[in-house]
Design a protein around this ligand. Structure first.
Ligand SMILES: Cc1cc2nc3c(=O)[nH]c(=O)nc-3n(C[C@H](O)[C@H](O)[C@H](O)COP(=O)(O)OP(=O)(O)OC[C@H]3O[C@@H](n4cnc5c(N)ncnc54)[C@H](O)[C@@H]3O)c2cc1C
Length: 438
């Protein structure tokens, strides 16, 4: 069977590796088409002048044993285990995330008092439809107004009232990461602060290079097993006959015949009429001449709408040798749409970016060596209130599997993309909702 996989991100690579590993002749003919010049997709690493910059904070953490053992099988000895140090910048200060008692005590008294009142006076919302409904019902109006509303608008460009409640899975659960840490309501947040359980969240990270090392190792195994890669190759559509897929079309006009296509590129390339949309991320990879001590977190969220970035990542806190000795670096994430001025002309926001970084102490200003801008399209699916209807209007022909973060329009993390690929490779239902497994 001739199989084409569109996209060499974690999903496409895991599929190719697993299908080839099954060792049957019917599964031996696999071509992976990738628009970029390297594997990795959203889990790519940009290496510039001795600095490794991932696309924001990328770490492997999973409660799924099958995924865990797959990760360790691919990484073999090439990983380190790191304790998480994440942060949130609120009311002018860096605070531990998930919140601790010490970190909230410095919040304005009015915010604390109102949150306390909200504990006994939660808004009654008959049907939880939007992200705003979800946050208000769990954390109260005060925390919604103080942090979530502004952060969500800045991050997604959409009001929390207009986002489907599913965004909460992404916005809150993903930020907490470790399901042993309970932060799913105001009360559990409070309990977690007053009676903290000693939960140390550890994650895997490659012992050399950045997160892309994992994908490079997968690529090596795929090539050794006879899989073929075509990089710098842009798929524009599929060809079908009598309701079944027969090939993949490239922008050169070439058609690659296929009886089975796993499509992990954005689903909107195939189905623009679905009206589904993604947000893009502009990355500013910043190298610094010396270490900045305030940057002692791995990543930090910034909800303030006067700051251009929504999150900063410090690569040396993943592994010290992600930066040259004695140096430092910061990755700033700026989410935006393709028609925004920021996306079209990143240099136009350079002065504002540096100003904002200085205002939170993340750079001094005169210590910046270079800023490497990277435009990463389609980083987050936008869960509009009607996204489920839009998604269900898509009817793929036989032999076409829409999968991965952008292909299935699920807010996958790498572990979810891997779980999805492992189950597809075993021939199970690929449309399963992987979120509920967390
Ligand atoms: C800022 C950020 C931080 C994240 N942090 C974490 C984290 O800490 N932990 C975690 O587990 N996950 C994290 N994730 C999520 C993780 O990156 C993704 O879930 C995972 O990489 C998705 O892999 P994928 O293969 O499903 O999709 P993708 O990586 O999107 O792969 C799709 C591939 O298709 C290619 N492609 C697109 N269009 C075409 C075309 N027309 N023709 C050919 N190829 C095409 C793309 O270049 C890409 O390589 C993060 C994501 C972001 C954006």
């Amino acid at each position: 069977m001739k199989t084409v996989i569109v996209g060499a991100g974690v999903s496409g690579l895991t599929l190719a590796e697993r299908i080839l590993a099954s060792g049957t002749e019917a599964n031996a003919d696999i071509t992976v088409i990738e628009t970029a010049d390297a594997p990795g997709g959203l889990a790519r690493t940009f290496s510039v002048d001795g600095y490794d910059f991932d696309i924001g904070p990328h770490r492997f953490h999973t409660a799924n044993e099958e995924v865990d053992s797959y990760l360790r099988e691919i990484l073999a000895d090439n990983y380190v285990k790191i304790s998480r140090k994440s942060s949130v910048h609120m009311a002018g200060r860096y605070r531990n995330w998930p919140l601790t008692l010490a970190s909230v005590l410095g919040l304005p008294l009015l915010v604390l008092w109102r949150s306390f009142i909200d504990l006994f006076n939660k808004p009654k919302i008959p049907e939880i439809l939007s992200f705003a409904d979800f946050i208000r019902s769990r954390y109260g109006n005060n925390l919604y107004d103080f942090f979530f509303s502004g952060y969500t608008k800045k991050f997604t460009g959409t009001d929390a009232e207009n986002l489907h409640v599913d965004w909460a899975q992404a916005g809150v659960n993903r930020a907490v990461i470790d399901k042993r840490v309970k932060a799913d309501s105001l009360l559990s947040l409070l309990k977690g602060m007053l009676l903290p359980k000693p939960v140390e969240t550890k994650f895997y990270y490659p012992s050399t290079g950045g997160i892309q090392t994992f994908c490079n190792l997968q690529r090596q195994q795929i090539e050794e097993a006879g899989g073929v890669f075509r990089f710098n190759t842009n798929a524009t559509g599929i060809v079908e006959e009598n309701g079944a897929v027969t090939g993949v079309e490239l922008d050169s006009g070439e058609i690659i015949p296929a009886e089975r296509v796993y499509w992990t590129a954005p689903v909107t390339i195939l189905y623009p009429e679905s009206g589904l949309t993604f947000i893009n991320t502009l990355l500013a990879n910043i190298s610094l001449k010396s270490e900045i001590s305030v940057n002692n977190y791995q990543w930090c969220y910034f909800g303030q709408d006067n700051l251009i970035f929504s999150r900063l990542t410090i690569p040396r806190n993943f592994r010290a040798d992600c930066v040259p000795h004695g140096r430092d670096s910061v990755v700033a994430e700026i989410t935006c749409s393709s028609d925004s001025e920021i996306w079209k002309n990143p240099e136009s926001v350079k002065d504002r970016l540096v100003h904002d970084l200085k205002s939170v102490g993340a750079v001094r200003g005169d210590d910046i060596q270079f800023i490497d801008w990277q435009k990463i399209p389609d980083t987050y699916p936008v869960y509009s209130l009607d996204y489920k209807q839009r998604l269900s209007s898509i009817k793929p022909p036989d032999g076409l599997y829409l999968t991965g973060r952008c292909g299935s329009f699920w807010y996958n993390n790498m572990d979810h993309s891997i779980a999805q690929a492992l189950s597809i490779a075993r021939g199970e239902d690929y449309r399963k909702d992987f979120w509920n497994e967390r």
